[in-house]
Ligand binder design. Structure first.
Ligand SMILES: [Zn+2]
Length: 80
């Protein structure tokens, strides 16, 4: 049984771990490095972690754009 690192909680349809291993019967995913037993995950830990952080940056940026959009909509509404 190998535990791969996977930072997201939405892991139901995941077929491939971030380390590149295909997930089979004997594989599981964990969001905690302390539970990871896959060597490939440890090897690519830096890459996986920075990818997860880039994802977060993207989400934060997207949320900022969404907030801008909403406030733009609201100011449009108040001027009507
Ligand atoms: Zn792995």
């Amino acid at each position: 049984m190998k535990a791969h690192y996977y930072p997201s909680t939405d892991s139901e349809d995941v077929e491939q771990a971030p380390c590149g291993s295909w997930l089979g019967e004997g594989s599981s995913l964990t969001g905690f490095w302390g539970n990871v037993t896959c060597r490939r995950c440890f090897k690519s830990k830096g890459k996986i972690t920075s990818a997860a952080e880039a994802d977060e940056d993207f989400i934060v940026k997207q949320m900022g754009e969404m907030a801008d959009f909403i406030s733009a909509q609201e100011s449009k509404r108040t001027t009507l």
